[in-house]
Ligand binder design. Structure first.
Ligand SMILES: [Zn+2]
Length: 340
């Protein structure tokens, strides 16, 4: 939302603080004869203005809180008259400042008058669209880095049946298909003792580590693990399931990534279907990996989501994404993208 000043409480546009070192007059009748403000000079016939080196001789209070500099008539020169062509050009320039260079739209104040748009000449809605588009591009970049890791054999896709209490783990990589049932506290222990159960859990961890190594994947903290959500939670609870005193080996480092928020930014579905760019917020509930069915299907869907982000075909994002509903806002960025 943009805050706007009501007209009555708008600070005077030409407010001027008092100058130092010259006399101040609080009433017009105090101003010495032959001294004039810029406004008074401009209204003379022919119009005048302070000369190039003119210094104010004094200042007079106006609008109750501003001081206007006063110039001696001797320090002023005749203003060169503005030709009709120059006037038209100036009017056009002023008008242009109020037209968005991207969508040709205007922002208006509460009276319907177009307001100046500032330096970049981009309107508020276009600005918001561009910010969301930048998030989209960041997410695409993130997905490309992750996919590069998958292809280079330094990353895997992973999912568990239940992040809070994982009992099954699926991991896939370029040369890996791993589907492991994890030891559960409810399992009948092979020999009945907690120590035996712990040993069995740690053996499962060691066998997964061997499988990773066999597929040429790093088994230390250099392994990148891509989950849909709750990567930190899954990592912690897996360590618990394996009875590891602390996460170690391929569970050791924070190279576990959750894709869900990145996907949400990339896909950019509008929350509650609100298309107005100024009120747009991301719908974080979008989940292409929520395919039901088997855990292996979910991991497969995770890979497809990553591919979609990295390949970034325009038709694969939400039809309500801000830059889709308002393409003009990124028209100049698009040109740069395509030329890459
Ligand atoms: Zn615009």
């Amino acid at each position: 939302m943009r805050l706007r000043w009501g007209r009555s409480d708008m600070p005077s546009r030409d407010y001027r603080a008092p100058l130092d070192g010259v006399p101040r007059y609080t009433r017009w009748e105090q101003v010495p004869k032959g001294w004039y403000t810029r406004t008074q000079l401009a209204r003379m016939d022919p119009p005048r203005k302070p000369g190039p080196d003119a210094k104010p001789r004094g200042q007079v209070l106006y609008h109750g809180n501003s001081y206007a500099p006063l110039y001696a008539l001797d320090d002023t020169v005749t203003k060169r008259p503005v030709s009709p062509a120059q006037r038209a050009a100036l009017d056009r320039a002023r008008e242009l400042q109020r037209v968005c260079r991207l969508c040709d739209g205007c922002e208006t104040d509460e009276y319907g008058d177009p307001v100046p748009l500032g330096k970049g000449r981009v309107c508020g809605p276009c600005e918001r669209v561009r910010r969301n588009y930048v998030l989209h591009l960041d997410s695409r970049e993130f997905a490309r880095v992750l996919r590069e890791g998958l292809r280079a054999g330094t990353a895997v896709l992973a999912a568990v049946d239940n992040p809070a209490r994982p009992q099954r783990l699926v991991m896939t990589g370029s040369a890996l298909r791993l589907d492991v049932r994890l030891p559960s506290p409810n399992d009948p222990p092979p020999s009945g003792s907690p120590a035996a159960r712990e040993k069995q859990a740690q053996e499962t961890f060691a066998s997964i580590t061997r499988r990773l190594a066999g597929a040429g994947l790093p088994t230390d903290g250099m392994l990148t693990v891509i989950c849909w959500q709750d990567a930190a939670l899954i990592r912690r609870n897996l360590a618990g399931a394996f009875h590891l005193p602390q996460p170690s080996g391929w569970l050791a480092e924070h190279t576990w990534y959750s894709l869900d928020v990145w996907y949400g930014r990339w896909y950019a579905a509008p929350a509650k279907g609100v298309l107005d760019p100024l009120r747009f917020s991301h719908d974080w509930g979008v989940n292409p990996t929520d395919v039901g069915g088997d855990l292996a299907d979910r991991v497969h869907a995770l890979g497809l989501a990553l591919d979609a982000m990295a390949d970034d075909h325009p038709d694969t994002v939400s039809p309500g994404a801000p830059w889709i509903t308002r393409p003009a806002a990124i028209s100049d960025l698009h040109a740069q993208q395509r030329s890459r």
